[in-house]
Ligand binder design. Structure first.
Ligand code: HGY
Ligand code: MN
Ligand code: MN
Ligand code: MN
Length: 431
């Protein structure tokens, strides 16, 4: 949708990258680990502090704030035509996996608020309402399941399944949710999920701003990534039980070592990913724990968590089932018991042409260089694509590094990203 003299208009939409940088630094202080190492786990004390901070930024940006029962937080700038029109939404997450960085997710939450603040302060009146959204969680850290907020919004979360999840301390989801100040008045999990559900048409379009979490834009010296699809994530957990015993007295032929099953499995995970000969297939043994974990005790139990992704869903599913089969073969060979659970096995998401075009036109009109690309990381956009036309905007991150304390994006890159987001939202909302 072309906008007359877009440059004149965008001169009034003044994005402040220095404010954004200050806010990212301030949010980085709300962490269980010492910045720049960031750890912010769903419904933890620092997560609740981060929520209060985000809400305060939404209020000072002149947005009307509301939260759903899971803690998805919306900041709304009302439209001019009619507030009943479904909104254009932009958002991301503020939770952070252990010992990670300041920008993953946070850029998309604070960047959306800054984009709406700049639009509001420009005096522009958009036809549709526009909203900044902080999803209640995107990382799988606490309960093993990723994107709980956006799965609930698109109705892809079963109450029984959510009730079956436990965190490392054995705490259930609903109890943790209440601990975070949500799920009040004794609502059941089903009622809580129902209250978060966004019916089809409830969102006119969704755009997520995110650091690339890869090296392509920086390597090619480009400003903006116009995302065309989001890779299909899956994860599976394994629990092995052997005999274990005394490291000195238990002779080798009598061992049923659960730790060695885990070790062999981790190597077979790598082989199965390499085996497709496709660069898009990735598989990671991110968690490998042995029990009891003493140097002079043969591991009698092992817990393994594997992440498998590909932009081709069928190829991903083939690797996943090969990994599970290998685990069964290795465990049987070593006479070790095995249980496994597929935690998630999600389809990939194509981005919508209308949103891809809005992002591409915006980057072009702002004089920014760009390229089309796939997101190999998953995002809440993966699930928003099930209820609304969805797209993503990537900016470069230093060295392509992410999920590490040295994660970094420059103020210039962040300004480019937020300006592109603001213009894309203006196009999608209409002036
Ligand atoms: O793992 C992911 O893709 C996301 O960054 N949580
Ligand atoms: Mn992440
Ligand atoms: Mn993220
Ligand atoms: Mn993500």
């Amino acid at each position: 949708s072309s906008i007359p003299n877009v440059n004149v208009m965008m001169d009034k939409v003044k994005v402040s990258a220095s404010n954004l940088f200050e806010q990212i630094e301030a949010l980085g202080e709300l962490s269980d680990t010492t910045p720049p190492s960031i750890t912010r786990i769903l419904y933890s004390e620092n997560d609740v502090r981060a929520r209060d901070y985000v809400k305060s930024l939404m209020v000072s940006a002149g947005l009307v704030v509301r939260e759903d029962s899971l803690g998805n937080i919306y900041g709304r700038l009302t439209g001019s035509e009619d507030d009943e029109l479904s909104p254009v939404v932009s958002g991301s997450h503020a939770d952070a996996i252990p010992h990670s960085g300041k920008y993953d997710g946070v850029l998309g939450v604070l960047g959306a608020i800054e984009a709406l603040r700049a639009i509001r302060d420009s005096g522009l009146r958009l036809k549709r309402p526009v909203e900044a959204l902080m999803f209640t969680s995107e990382e799988p850290t606490r309960f093993g399941l990723s994107c709980i907020g956006s799965r609930a919004m698109c109705g892809r979360l079963d109450a029984g399944y959510l009730n079956s999840l436990r965190d490392a301390n054995g705490t259930g989801f609903l109890e943790a949710c209440r601990g975070g100040g949500y799920c009040k008045d004794g609502a059941t999990t089903a009622e809580v999920l129902e209250a978060s559900y966004v019916p089809k048409g409830g969102v006119h379009a969704f755009v997520e701003l995110h650091i690339e979490q890869g090296p392509m834009l920086e390597d090619e010296g480009l400003d903006i990534g116009v995302v065309t699809a989001i890779a299909a994530p899956a994860s599976v957990t394994f629990d092995f039980v052997g005999n274990g015993g005394h490291a000195g007295a238990l002779l080798m032929p009598y061992r049923r070592d659960a730790g060695l099953v885990a070790a062999e499995l981790a190597l077979s995970v790598e082989q199965w990913a390499l085996g497709t000969k496709a660069v898009d297939t990735v598989a990671t043994t991110g968690v490998l724990q042995v029990y009891p974990g003493a140097v002079n005790s043969v591991p009698r139990e092992a817990h393994v968590e594997v992440d498998v992704r590909d932009i081709d869903e069928e190829r991903r599913d083939g690797v996943l089932s090969s990994i599970i089969r290998s685990a069964e073969v290795i465990a049987r060979k070593r006479s070790v018991e095995m249980e496994h659970k597929i935690v998630n096995q999600d389809p990939p998401a194509p981005c919508d042409a209308s949103v891809i075009d809005a992002v591409q036109e915006s980057a072009n009109e702002l004089g920014l260089t760009s390229r089309r690309m796939v997101s190999r990381a998953y995002h809440d956009a993966l699930f928003m694509a099930q209820i609304a036309p969805t797209g993503m905007i990537f900016i470069p991150c230093k060295g392509g590094v992410s999920h590490r304390p040295d994660e970094f994006s420059s103020q210039k890159d962040m300004e480019n990203g937020v300006r592109t987001l603001a213009l894309a939202m203006i196009k999608l909302a209409g002036v």
